[in-house]
Design a protein around this ligand. Structure first.
Ligand code: CA
Ligand code: CA
Length: 279
Protein backbone atom coordinates (compact mmCIF):
# COMPACT_ATOMS: atom_id res chain seq x y z
CA UNK A 1 0.00 0.00 0.00
CA UNK A 2 2.81 2.41 0.92
CA UNK A 3 4.61 1.40 -2.25
CA UNK A 4 1.52 2.17 -4.35
CA UNK A 5 1.13 5.60 -2.74
CA UNK A 6 4.76 6.54 -3.27
CA UNK A 7 4.58 5.41 -6.88
CA UNK A 8 1.45 7.48 -7.36
CA UNK A 9 3.02 10.59 -5.91
CA UNK A 10 6.15 10.12 -8.03
CA UNK A 11 3.99 9.95 -11.13
CA UNK A 12 2.15 13.05 -9.95
CA UNK A 13 5.42 14.93 -9.49
CA UNK A 14 6.53 13.93 -12.97
CA UNK A 15 3.30 15.35 -14.38
CA UNK A 16 3.56 18.53 -12.30
CA UNK A 17 7.11 19.04 -13.56
CA UNK A 18 5.77 19.34 -17.12
CA UNK A 19 3.36 22.13 -16.20
CA UNK A 20 3.64 24.96 -18.73
CA UNK A 21 2.72 28.58 -18.13
CA UNK A 22 3.45 30.05 -21.59
CA UNK A 23 0.68 31.40 -23.75
CA UNK A 24 0.22 30.64 -27.45
CA UNK A 25 1.41 32.99 -30.18
CA UNK A 26 -1.34 35.18 -31.61
CA UNK A 27 -1.91 37.81 -34.26
CA UNK A 28 -2.34 41.49 -33.47
CA UNK A 29 -4.38 42.91 -36.36
CA UNK A 30 -3.47 46.47 -37.28
CA UNK A 31 -6.00 49.25 -36.92
CA UNK A 32 -5.80 50.84 -40.36
CA UNK A 33 -6.95 54.25 -39.10
CA UNK A 34 -4.04 54.41 -36.65
CA UNK A 35 -1.33 52.68 -38.68
CA UNK A 36 0.69 54.21 -41.47
CA UNK A 37 3.82 53.85 -43.54
CA UNK A 38 5.89 56.78 -44.74
CA UNK A 39 8.41 56.48 -47.54
CA UNK A 40 11.11 59.11 -47.69
CA UNK A 41 13.51 59.37 -50.62
CA UNK A 42 16.56 61.60 -50.61
CA UNK A 43 18.57 62.15 -53.79
CA UNK A 44 21.25 64.79 -54.14
CA UNK A 45 20.11 66.65 -51.04
CA UNK A 46 16.41 66.84 -51.90
CA UNK A 47 13.81 64.74 -50.10
CA UNK A 48 10.31 63.66 -51.10
CA UNK A 49 7.92 61.84 -48.79
CA UNK A 50 4.48 60.25 -48.95
CA UNK A 51 2.34 58.38 -46.45
CA UNK A 52 -0.29 55.66 -46.73
CA UNK A 53 -2.52 53.87 -44.24
CA UNK A 54 -1.37 50.34 -43.48
CA UNK A 55 -3.12 47.01 -43.00
CA UNK A 56 -1.59 43.81 -41.76
CA UNK A 57 -0.66 42.02 -38.58
CA UNK A 58 2.14 41.39 -36.14
CA UNK A 59 2.38 37.96 -34.52
CA UNK A 60 3.76 37.81 -30.99
CA UNK A 61 3.92 35.47 -28.01
CA UNK A 62 3.72 36.53 -24.37
CA UNK A 63 4.98 34.67 -21.32
CA UNK A 64 1.66 35.38 -19.59
CA UNK A 65 -1.69 36.79 -20.69
CA UNK A 66 -1.99 38.86 -17.53
CA UNK A 67 0.76 41.41 -16.81
CA UNK A 68 3.25 39.84 -19.26
CA UNK A 69 6.94 40.47 -18.56
CA UNK A 70 8.39 39.20 -21.85
CA UNK A 71 7.44 39.07 -25.51
CA UNK A 72 8.62 37.17 -28.61
CA UNK A 73 8.29 38.41 -32.19
CA UNK A 74 7.11 35.65 -34.54
CA UNK A 75 6.06 37.45 -37.70
CA UNK A 76 4.71 40.65 -39.20
CA UNK A 77 3.36 41.75 -42.55
CA UNK A 78 2.46 45.39 -43.21
CA UNK A 79 0.92 46.53 -46.50
CA UNK A 80 0.32 50.09 -47.69
CA UNK A 81 -3.28 50.48 -48.84
CA UNK A 82 -2.51 53.36 -51.22
CA UNK A 83 0.17 53.98 -53.86
CA UNK A 84 3.04 56.17 -52.73
CA UNK A 85 4.12 59.08 -54.89
CA UNK A 86 7.39 60.82 -54.13
CA UNK A 87 8.16 64.04 -55.95
CA UNK A 88 11.58 65.63 -55.53
CA UNK A 89 11.90 69.11 -56.97
CA UNK A 90 15.29 70.70 -57.56
CA UNK A 91 15.01 74.46 -57.49
CA UNK A 92 17.67 77.07 -58.19
CA UNK A 93 15.44 80.16 -58.51
CA UNK A 94 13.43 78.06 -60.95
CA UNK A 95 12.86 74.33 -61.08
CA UNK A 96 15.91 72.82 -62.72
CA UNK A 97 15.03 69.19 -62.29
CA UNK A 98 12.50 66.79 -60.93
CA UNK A 99 12.43 63.17 -59.80
CA UNK A 100 9.07 61.46 -59.53
CA UNK A 101 8.75 57.97 -58.05
CA UNK A 102 5.49 56.01 -57.94
CA UNK A 103 5.32 52.85 -55.88
CA UNK A 104 2.41 50.43 -55.66
CA UNK A 105 1.86 47.37 -53.52
CA UNK A 106 4.42 48.52 -50.99
CA UNK A 107 4.83 46.16 -48.05
CA UNK A 108 7.29 45.07 -45.40
CA UNK A 109 7.40 41.63 -43.83
CA UNK A 110 9.46 39.71 -41.29
CA UNK A 111 12.30 37.94 -43.09
CA UNK A 112 12.94 35.03 -40.69
CA UNK A 113 9.58 33.27 -40.63
CA UNK A 114 9.80 30.21 -38.38
CA UNK A 115 12.61 31.72 -36.31
CA UNK A 116 11.11 33.97 -33.62
CA UNK A 117 13.08 36.80 -32.04
CA UNK A 118 13.34 37.26 -28.29
CA UNK A 119 11.95 36.96 -25.78
CA UNK A 120 12.77 40.52 -24.76
CA UNK A 121 11.62 42.03 -21.47
CA UNK A 122 8.50 44.18 -21.12
CA UNK A 123 9.18 47.02 -18.71
CA UNK A 124 6.37 49.48 -17.86
CA UNK A 125 4.49 48.10 -20.92
CA UNK A 126 7.43 48.90 -23.23
CA UNK A 127 9.65 46.53 -25.20
CA UNK A 128 12.17 46.78 -28.01
CA UNK A 129 13.52 44.26 -30.50
CA UNK A 130 16.92 44.92 -32.06
CA UNK A 131 18.24 44.15 -35.54
CA UNK A 132 14.96 42.90 -36.99
CA UNK A 133 15.37 41.44 -40.51
CA UNK A 134 12.75 42.69 -42.95
CA UNK A 135 11.96 42.21 -46.62
CA UNK A 136 10.32 44.97 -48.64
CA UNK A 137 8.08 44.43 -51.64
CA UNK A 138 6.36 46.60 -54.22
CA UNK A 139 6.77 47.89 -57.75
CA UNK A 140 8.18 51.32 -58.36
CA UNK A 141 8.74 53.42 -61.45
CA UNK A 142 10.62 56.69 -61.72
CA UNK A 143 11.08 59.58 -64.12
CA UNK A 144 13.91 62.10 -63.84
CA UNK A 145 14.18 65.39 -65.71
CA UNK A 146 16.69 68.25 -65.85
CA UNK A 147 19.68 68.07 -63.51
CA UNK A 148 18.44 64.82 -61.96
CA UNK A 149 18.50 63.14 -65.35
CA UNK A 150 21.99 64.51 -65.88
CA UNK A 151 23.02 63.21 -62.45
CA UNK A 152 21.74 59.72 -63.21
CA UNK A 153 23.45 59.65 -66.58
CA UNK A 154 26.74 60.68 -64.98
CA UNK A 155 26.79 57.63 -62.71
CA UNK A 156 29.13 54.76 -63.48
CA UNK A 157 27.61 52.78 -65.06
CA UNK A 158 25.11 55.40 -66.31
CA UNK A 159 21.52 55.10 -65.05
CA UNK A 160 18.52 55.68 -67.30
CA UNK A 161 16.37 58.78 -66.71
CA UNK A 162 13.26 56.66 -66.37
CA UNK A 163 12.72 53.08 -65.42
CA UNK A 164 11.17 50.61 -63.06
CA UNK A 165 12.43 48.54 -60.18
CA UNK A 166 11.16 46.00 -57.70
CA UNK A 167 11.61 46.87 -54.03
CA UNK A 168 12.22 43.17 -53.31
CA UNK A 169 15.47 43.46 -55.28
CA UNK A 170 16.99 45.43 -52.41
CA UNK A 171 17.14 42.16 -50.45
CA UNK A 172 16.71 41.66 -46.73
CA UNK A 173 17.36 44.78 -44.71
CA UNK A 174 17.70 45.26 -40.98
CA UNK A 175 15.58 47.50 -38.80
CA UNK A 176 17.97 48.50 -36.03
CA UNK A 177 15.09 48.66 -33.54
CA UNK A 178 11.41 47.74 -33.41
CA UNK A 179 10.17 49.43 -30.24
CA UNK A 180 6.62 49.21 -28.96
CA UNK A 181 4.23 49.11 -26.05
CA UNK A 182 1.71 46.46 -25.08
CA UNK A 183 -1.15 46.29 -22.61
CA UNK A 184 -3.38 43.28 -21.97
CA UNK A 185 -6.86 43.44 -20.45
CA UNK A 186 -9.02 40.32 -20.18
CA UNK A 187 -6.73 38.58 -22.68
CA UNK A 188 -7.18 41.33 -25.27
CA UNK A 189 -3.77 42.75 -26.16
CA UNK A 190 -3.33 46.26 -27.54
CA UNK A 191 0.03 46.78 -29.18
CA UNK A 192 1.64 49.82 -30.73
CA UNK A 193 5.07 50.30 -32.19
CA UNK A 194 7.22 51.48 -35.02
CA UNK A 195 9.72 50.16 -37.50
CA UNK A 196 12.23 52.07 -39.56
CA UNK A 197 14.19 50.64 -42.47
CA UNK A 198 16.74 52.76 -44.28
CA UNK A 199 19.27 52.09 -46.97
CA UNK A 200 20.85 53.31 -50.19
CA UNK A 201 18.65 53.22 -53.28
CA UNK A 202 21.57 51.72 -55.19
CA UNK A 203 23.78 49.60 -52.89
CA UNK A 204 26.55 49.70 -55.50
CA UNK A 205 26.42 53.49 -55.49
CA UNK A 206 25.47 54.63 -51.95
CA UNK A 207 26.20 58.32 -52.54
CA UNK A 208 23.37 58.54 -55.08
CA UNK A 209 20.65 58.64 -52.44
CA UNK A 210 18.76 56.81 -49.73
CA UNK A 211 15.28 55.44 -49.14
CA UNK A 212 13.69 55.22 -45.68
CA UNK A 213 10.47 53.32 -44.99
CA UNK A 214 8.96 54.07 -41.58
CA UNK A 215 5.94 52.26 -40.18
CA UNK A 216 3.79 53.27 -37.20
CA UNK A 217 1.31 50.66 -36.10
CA UNK A 218 -1.46 50.13 -33.55
CA UNK A 219 -3.51 46.97 -33.30
CA UNK A 220 -5.19 44.52 -31.01
CA UNK A 221 -5.67 40.79 -30.71
CA UNK A 222 -7.00 38.19 -28.32
CA UNK A 223 -4.56 35.89 -26.56
CA UNK A 224 -5.97 32.37 -27.06
CA UNK A 225 -5.74 29.69 -24.39
CA UNK A 226 -3.28 26.82 -24.83
CA UNK A 227 -5.24 23.82 -26.19
CA UNK A 228 -4.24 21.87 -23.07
CA UNK A 229 -5.47 24.62 -20.72
CA UNK A 230 -8.92 23.07 -20.47
CA UNK A 231 -10.06 25.00 -17.39
CA UNK A 232 -8.71 28.22 -18.96
CA UNK A 233 -6.88 29.45 -15.88
CA UNK A 234 -3.74 30.41 -17.82
CA UNK A 235 -1.59 27.35 -17.17
CA UNK A 236 -1.51 23.74 -18.36
CA UNK A 237 -1.57 21.65 -15.19
CA UNK A 238 -2.99 18.47 -13.66
CA UNK A 239 -6.42 19.99 -12.85
CA UNK A 240 -6.91 20.45 -16.61
CA UNK A 241 -6.86 16.68 -17.07
CA UNK A 242 -9.51 16.21 -14.39
CA UNK A 243 -11.58 19.03 -15.85
CA UNK A 244 -11.36 17.44 -19.30
CA UNK A 245 -12.30 13.98 -18.02
CA UNK A 246 -15.23 15.41 -16.03
CA UNK A 247 -16.51 17.14 -19.15
CA UNK A 248 -15.95 13.99 -21.22
CA UNK A 249 -17.90 11.77 -18.80
CA UNK A 250 -20.63 14.40 -18.54
CA UNK A 251 -20.96 14.35 -22.34
CA UNK A 252 -20.26 18.07 -22.64
CA UNK A 253 -19.58 19.31 -26.20
CA UNK A 254 -16.34 20.93 -24.98
CA UNK A 255 -14.86 17.42 -24.51
CA UNK A 256 -15.33 16.57 -28.20
CA UNK A 257 -11.70 17.55 -28.56
CA UNK A 258 -11.15 16.36 -32.12
CA UNK A 259 -14.49 17.76 -33.24
CA UNK A 260 -15.56 14.42 -34.71
CA UNK A 261 -18.19 11.84 -33.75
CA UNK A 262 -19.12 13.43 -30.44
CA UNK A 263 -17.39 12.41 -27.21
CA UNK A 264 -15.47 9.23 -27.96
CA UNK A 265 -12.22 7.59 -26.89
CA UNK A 266 -10.02 9.35 -29.52
CA UNK A 267 -10.89 12.65 -27.80
CA UNK A 268 -9.06 11.50 -24.67
CA UNK A 269 -5.91 10.74 -26.66
CA UNK A 270 -6.23 13.99 -28.61
CA UNK A 271 -6.60 15.97 -25.38
CA UNK A 272 -3.65 14.28 -23.68
CA UNK A 273 -1.50 14.92 -26.76
CA UNK A 274 -2.44 18.61 -26.53
CA UNK A 275 -1.74 18.63 -22.79
CA UNK A 276 1.78 17.25 -23.30
CA UNK A 277 2.52 19.37 -26.39
CA UNK A 278 4.38 22.65 -25.97
CA UNK A 279 2.03 25.58 -26.22
CA1 CA B 1 -5.41 25.23 -16.66
CA1 CA C 1 -14.70 13.26 -30.86
Amino acid sequence: MRLTRSMTSAAGLAILASTAVAEPAFNVVLNQAQSSVTASLTVNGVTGTDTSPVTGYIRVKLNAASAPSSIELHDFDFAATEPLELVLRYIVFIEVGRLTVNATGVGVEYANLGTPMGPVPITSNAFSFANVPADSRGNASYTATGIVCTLLQSQSPPLACSGAFNLADTGTQTASTLPGTITVNNRVATLSGSINISGPIDPANPSLGSLTISGMFVGSGTVPYCPGDFDQDGSVAVPDIFAFLAAWFAGLPSADFDGMNGNDVPDIFAYLAAWFAPC
